[in-house]
Design a protein around this ligand. Structure first.
Ligand code: 13P
Ligand code: SF4
Length: 303
């Protein structure tokens, strides 16, 4: 079957089944032909909390589908390819989050949504890369714990110097692949280019940025900036979409290593099979869901 046939079948089936397809912008770009919404983790969480579709097909990674299920327990949530995990989310489990809290008794925990439902259930409030600084600030505290991404934690600390932020030592292997030297070399080649960096990158890379933001914030910056050249330090999917949407501007991926293989598992065929056979359904145990829901809802209220 060609991609064209697959797209036609999926779009037809989607209507018949009253399903919505949510896609993260790190997905392969052909997924956009069937997606109802493409965005960053924050935008996707908001959409998942509002939709009245019966089924949500989540073209993203497991923690994102789980977040959708937490927000919409009565809907069927499907992850097209069950291999779509996240290395960062896997770096902290229930035992580890409890140990982290026990070492810092009484200090509230802010948890990046790139984590499992079990971990979210243990925290006080969630955040995404788009709102981490605002979420921490909203707590009005002198000290917080942050998990699992210590680089996003560092970025928040830089923006909130009066707050002590104790970070768990997790990280995103994809974003850490970019080293400052690569950006410096790019800047010599493209001297007028703006440098845009995701906060999951190393702080030495963040220091070189003209703008630091989530995937959607980076895309919005490129859409409105007067500059014509942009060096992008986040996952390749963002650059693929920017090149497609703004053909008059030039987008340079900061390193060819910026590919998240977890995000690339889902194919159009998987999405079709997921709609045809209701696979792979994501479930969350009710007790955990309730607690995780509080943390996610608190975040949504802040933003
Ligand atoms: P955002 O969608 O918050 O930019 O997150 C990046 C990411 O790593 C998602 O897995
Ligand atoms: Fe996880 Fe990093 Fe991939 Fe995002 S980019 S899904 S944090 S491994």
């Amino acid at each position: 079957m060609t991609d064209f046939d697959l797209v036609e079948k999926i779009n037809k089936l989607k209507k018949e089944k009253n399903a919505i397809i949510l896609a993260h912008c790190y997905q392969s770009p052909e997924i956009d032909f069937v997606a109802d919404y493409v965005g960053d983790s924050l935008g996707l969480s908001r959409l998942a909390s509002k939709t009245d579709a019966k089924t949500i097909v989540f073209a993203g990674v497991y923690f994102m589908a789980e977040t959708a299920k937490i927000l919409s327990p009565d809907k069927t949530v499907l992850l097209p390819n069950k291999n779509s995990g996240c290395n960062m989310a896997d770096m902290i489990n229930l035992k580890q989050v409890r140990e982290f809290k026990a070492k810092n008794p009484g200090v509230p925990l802010v948890c990046y949504v790139n984590s499992t439902a079990e971990v979210k259930a243990e925290c006080d409030i969630c955040c995404t890369s788009a709102n981490a600084v605002n979420v921490i600030k909203s707590l009005n505290l002198k000290k917080v714990l942050f998990a699992p991404d210590c680089y996003l934690g560092n970025w928040a600390k830089k923006n909130l110097p009066d707050i002590e932020i104790i970070s768990y030592p997790g990280f995103c292997p994809t974003h850490l692949r970019i080293i400052p030297d690569e950006i410096v070399k790019m800047k010599i080649m493209y001297k007028d280019a703006k440098i845009l960096v995701h906060p999951e990158c190393h702080q030495e890379v963040v220091k070189l940025a003209d703008f630091v933001g989530s995937t959607t914030q980076i895309m919005q910056y490129c859409a409105t900036a007067n500059a014509k050249q942009f060096i992008i330090a986040t996952e390749k999917g963002v650059v693929d979409r920017l090149k497609r949407d703004f053909p008059d501007k030039e987008f340079i991926l900061a390193s060819s290593k910026l590919v998240c293989h977890n995000m690339k598992w889902n194919t159009l065929e998987d999405i079709l099979n997921s709609l045809l056979h209701n696979q792979h359904e994501v479930t969350v145990e009710e007790n955990i869901r309730q607690k995780a829901l509080n943390s996610i809802q608190r975040m949504i209220e802040v933003t």
